[in-house]
Design a protein around this ligand. Structure first.
Ligand SMILES: Cc1cc2nc3c(=O)[nH]c(=O)nc-3n(C[C@H](O)[C@H](O)[C@H](O)COP(=O)(O)OP(=O)(O)OC[C@H]3O[C@@H](n4cnc5c(N)ncnc54)[C@H](O)[C@@H]3O)c2cc1C
Length: 159
């Protein structure tokens, strides 16, 4: 039998605690920044066993998001409408392209950005709200400042 390989019968007698964490996991997520944490949450919600690894100390969990302002780019949101801001996919997508200054061969960045603009309110904002994140009713701007509209919602407890 090749080194390191075990028969199924042998495997079944191993106590769960004897099995290395990495073997117990369906998925290993490396990096506990906001991207890794969201991926982990989604996986846990799909009943997957996840091993989340990070090089930082436990109290540094969250990566750059720990310092982030908490602004979220969204398009045509209830918060914008309440402030009489008329936003749309077309306007937001035009703004994004103006600021991004994509090159001809930026095919994937362009596709990603277009999908983000199309899905930001319902998929990003909807997901956040579903998970208990609430936004201030007053809309601000950051990246789209000086372009056309104010799409920047601040989550409560930001900063
Ligand atoms: C001051 C500031 C304000 C910001 N404000 C906003 C804002 O208002 N709105 C907004 O949308 N964005 C904002 N951002 C940007 C936002 O915070 C980042 O884009 C986002 O947090 C990046 O998340 P991430 O998970 O992709 O990466 P990171 O946060 O960089 O997470 C990567 C994780 O991987 C770990 N890691 C790296 N290498 C290894 C390795 N080899 N092995 C194990 N672990 C590893 C790191 O320790 C880290 O925890 C701000 C950023 C800063 C700094």
């Amino acid at each position: 039998m090749p080194k390191g390989q075990t028969y199924p019968a042998e495997r079944s007698t191993r106590r769960r605690d004897d099995i290395p964490l990495v073997e117990r996991a369906d998925v290993v997520v490396i990096g506990a920044g906001i991207a890794g944490l969201v991926a982990t949450l989604e996986l846990l919600e799909s009943s997957r066993h996840v091993l989340l690894l990070d090089r930082c100390e436990p109290h540094e969990l969250g990566g750059l998001a720990r310092e982030a302002f908490g602004g979220t780019f969204m398009v045509d949101t209830p918060e914008q409408r309440r402030s009489s801001i008329k936003d749309s996919f077309e306007v937001a997508w035009q703004d994004w392209q103006t600021l991004a200054g994509f090159d001809e061969d930026d095919v994937w960045p362009r596709r990603w950005a277009e999908q983000y603009v199309a899905r930001a309110r319902d998929e990003v904002g909807g997901w956040l709200k579903q998970h208990g994140v609430w936004f201030f009713p007053v809309v601000n701007w950051a990246e789209r400042g000086g372009i056309s509209l104010t799409p920047w919602s601040l989550r409560r407890g930001f900063g």
